[in-house]
Design a protein around this ligand. Structure first.
Ligand code: GDP
Ligand code: MG
Length: 437
């Protein structure tokens, strides 16, 4: 995937004193290929590598900064820029604020409507009303009702009424009388773009004048996502994009392309089927994630939300100081298990997403790892460097695993630690190079 390939090409730059035409050419080629593989539009990939090349060539590398790190910073900055630079807020000024969902069938509109209502209710103290505007399939209305029940948000429906424009208008009226300050209108989609769908969503738009039209798109559809975004934008001139199904290792190509093709910001990402599997889109963090550093910031934030803050702060410090050891690893595993859907979380830990990719991601996935760590002495956990061949054999026997598994874990751990170091040093790099822009 994109992450692996970028890691690979950065490795090539390691230890070279200065970025030159020669040592950068291969890397740029790799980056371009990786972007294309991740479904990034050809023109955008080319533009991207041209920009990176221009910035990178001839840069005098500060003694403390390796060329590899400098390239990472340049690529990361470019990626961030490509995805919009800054976090984009949604417009919530109307009374009530009206938010209209648009997108193909199966893109995740109904699910995201629920997630957004839940987020606005829990984090912003809002009183949302969900509106069932997908009137053609009774199952769609039921689905929204189930979502509403899960998050304890009322759902406006009209049995038998097949006119979504009238329903939307009536819902807004109802919101006013019942004191709802946000109205979220879920709509019908088709499997492919069709004229009737576009007409319908346009007439809802004209009738209710939404404060915010969000285009919802499945990140797994790659280049198609970009084409769909363009067509919807031509008709609706929407305000922002919601990228769903960005769980685990889903390729980030769509995120890279959409912004530059439609020039609208990505505002949210969906990362799972549950109602809390949603994040505000942060271009810098997405760039980090794509670069394979793991989304440490999100992880730490999620951690702070889910377990006690003291632990999270300790973890943050450990990451920065690189004193992370197997005891911390074990603690982290236990905390991750507490944090709910494992799949959502694992991909955010540096190095872990890759290590865990082929495992069955339930709590059992950690059983062997835990057994191995439990078979280590306190000294070994604190300082894994002492674990030599005979110790490995003892640990394998004690944990009921085998040498290969022990070796694999030690290797993964070492990689994780290296990644964490790189991430925490990334901050210093940025500071040091502040004057170089
Ligand atoms: P709609 O037709 O646009 O309303 O799409 P739905 O909200 O019904 O979603 C279609 C399917 O995708 C459902 O099975 C959802 O559970 C699933 N889904 C939606 N968002 C996400 C997401 O962020 N991650 C994952 N893994 N599944 C999602
Ligand atoms: Mg739906």
């Amino acid at each position: 995937n994109l992450t692996d390939r970028l890691e690979q090409s950065f490795k090539m730059l390691k230890g070279q004193g200065m970025i030159t035409e020669i040592n950068v050419a291969e890397t740029l080629k790799d980056i371009r290929r990786a972007l294309l593989d991740a479904d990034v539009n050809f023109k955008i990939a080319k533009q991207f590598t041209d920009d990176v090349k221009e910035k990178a060539l001839g840069q005098q590398v500060l003694t403390a900064v390796k060329p590899g790190q400098l390239m990472v910073k340049i690529v990361k900055d470019e990626l961030t820029q490509l995805m919009g630079g800054e976090t984009a807020e949604i417009e919530l000024t109307g009374s009530p604020s009206v938010i209209l969902m648009a997108g193909l069938q199966g893109s995740g509109k109904t699910t995201f409507s629920g997630k957004l209502a839940n987020m606005l209710k829990r984090k912003k103290g809002r009183h949302p009303l969900l509106v069932a505007g997908d009137v053609y399939r009774p199952a769609a209305i039921d689905q929204l009702k189930v979502v509403g029940e899960q998050i304890d948000v009322p759902v406006y429906t009209e049995d038998g009424n097949k006119d979504p424009v009238k329903i939307a208008k009536a819902a807004i009226k109802e919101a006013k009388t019942k004191g709802h300050d946000v109205v979220i209108i879920d709509t019908a989609g088709r499997l492919a773009i069709d004229e009737q769908m576009m007409k319908e969503i346009s007439s809802i738009k004209n009738a209710v004048e939404p404060d915010e039209i969000l285009f919802v798109v499945d990140a797994m559809t790659g280049q198609d996502a970009v084409n769909t975004a363009k067509e919807f934008n031509d008709t609706l001139d929407f305000d922002g994009v919601v990228l769903t199904k960005l769980d685990g290792d889903t390729r980030g190509g769509a995120a890279l392309s959409i912004r530059s093709v439609v020039e609208k910001p990505i505002k949210f990402v969906g990362t799972g089927e549950k109602m809390d599997a949603v994040d505000v889109f942060h271009p810098t963090r997405m760039a980090d994630r794509i670069l394979g550093m793991g989304d440490v910031v999100s992880l730490v934030e999620k951690a702070q939300e889910q377990f006690d803050e003291g632990e999270a702060r300790k973890l943050q410090k450990k990451l920065a100081k690189n004193t992370f050891n197997f005891d911390d690893f074990l603690k982290q595993i236990n905390q991750i298990k507490k944090m709910g859907d494992l799949k959502d979380v694992v991909s955010m830990i540096p190095g872990m997403g890759k290590a865990m990719k082929n495992m069955d991601l339930d709590d059992d996935a950690f059983k062997h790892i835990e057994a191995i760590i439990h078979s280590m002495t306190p000294e070994e956990r604190e300082n894994p460097a002492v674990i030599n061949g005979s110790r490995r054999k003892r640990i394998a026997n004690g944990s009921g695993t085998n040498i290969q598994e022990v070796n694999r874990l030690l290797k993964q751990f070492a990689e994780t630690r290296k990644m964490m170091k790189a991430v925490s040093q990334g901050k210093n790099v940025q500071r040091m190079m502040g004057g170089m822009k």
